[in-house]
Design a protein around this ligand. Structure first.
Ligand code: SF4
Ligand code: SF4
Length: 303
């Protein structure tokens, strides 16, 4: 990736409006950095957070905290928009009235083994993009140097790859790969795909972040009337959050981009149309009844 491409990537990234502009790191670049408990800036980074969450981050944290995805989102996340079309994202929510992470403890991160991807990567950032004329993603690493972080002056140097291994990032990147591809595809989608509707944004939010609500949706009669999911696969989706997350990416590709990722019942479209027609009829009937009641009230008021 050359410098111009990197600059385009930054323009599309969360750093676009940030006063801290990252510098590009070529693969295998040496990274001089060490974070440890005796450093003067201990916990400075966790005292002022801006941590976007991937679906897999949420899965890990909700499991650790033994919460439903809905309760986790309520207590520990805030929504934000990932692009100009309102693609929903979520970030870690800070403590009430402050900017520190709710998981920060004097001894360090209170959820260390399950800390989110962005916390693992820091001070490195992973940037992913796709050009509208290409069918593959481009990734780049960037170094974020913030004045409060003294880890850059420590005497330890390793490659980015070594740092990623040390921080256990591989598993997180693997599990989020399909979802990141989806996000990049949506961001780079041209006019052929069109502006996402509020309903498609709601589906994106549910399948990406609110996995327990998505499970209830997948088990609902209306979903099963449309989609034909083999019994064994359905059992796996009901029992396994990770399988459901992966299925969610296929579901979103199917519904957002019209990719045929999930088998539909042959008569699914007819049934859907019939249901919509029935609903429209019901609404019309309800409206008529309301009108009649208003008329009745009017006349009874005249006597
Ligand atoms: S999750 Fe842990 S590492 Fe990440 S900001 Fe919170 S306390 Fe810091
Ligand atoms: S060295 Fe950087 S990452 Fe480590 S505690 Fe200090 S500010 Fe945070």
């Amino acid at each position: 990736m050359n410098e111009a491409e990197f600059n385009n990537l930054i323009a599309e990234s969360p750093f676009a409006d940030s006063p801290v502009q990252p510098t590009m790191l070529p693969e295998n670049a040496p990274l001089q950095f060490r974070c440890h408990r005796d450093i003067k800036c201990w916990n400075a980074c966790c005292s002022n957070i801006d941590i976007p969450l991937t679906p897999y981050d949420i899965l890990r944290l909700k499991k650790r905290l033994n919460l439903s995805s809905g309760d986790f989102l309520k207590q520990y996340s805030v929504p934000f928009e990932m692009d100009k079309d309102g693609m929903p994202g979520v970030k870690l929510k800070a403590v009430e009235g402050g900017s520190a992470c709710q998981f920060m403890k004097p001894e360090g991160c209170g959820v260390y083994e399950d800390r989110p991807t962005a916390c693992r990567y820091y001070p490195v950032a992973l940037l992913t993009m796709r050009r509208s004329d290409e069918f593959f993603d481009r990734s780049a690493y960037a170094l974020v140097k913030e004045s409060h972080c003294l880890g850059h002056f420590e005497n330890k140097t390793q490659t980015i790859e070594q740092y990623r291994t040390e921080q256990g990032v591989d598993e997180y990147d693997q599990k989020a790969h399909g979802w990141r591809q989806l996000v990049v595809k949506r961001k780079s989608a041209g006019p052929a795909i069109g502006k996402p509707t509020p309903v498609s944004n709601q589906l994106f939010f549910m399948a990406s972040y609110d996995i327990d609500r998505f499970r209830a949706f997948v088990m609902s009669p209306s979903f099963n009337e449309t989609y034909s999911i083999p019994v064994e696969q359905m059992a796996a989706l009901v029992a396994d959050d990770e399988a459901l997350l992966e299925f969610g990416v296929s579901f979103l590709r199917h519904t957002l981009f019209g990719e045929k990722c999930i088998e539909e019942h042959p008569d699914a479209l007819d049934k859907r149309l019939a249901r919509r027609r029935a609903m429209a009829e019901q609404e019309k009937e309800a409206e008529f009844q309301k009108k009649m009641e208003l008329e009745d009230d009017k006349y009874s008021g005249e006597h």
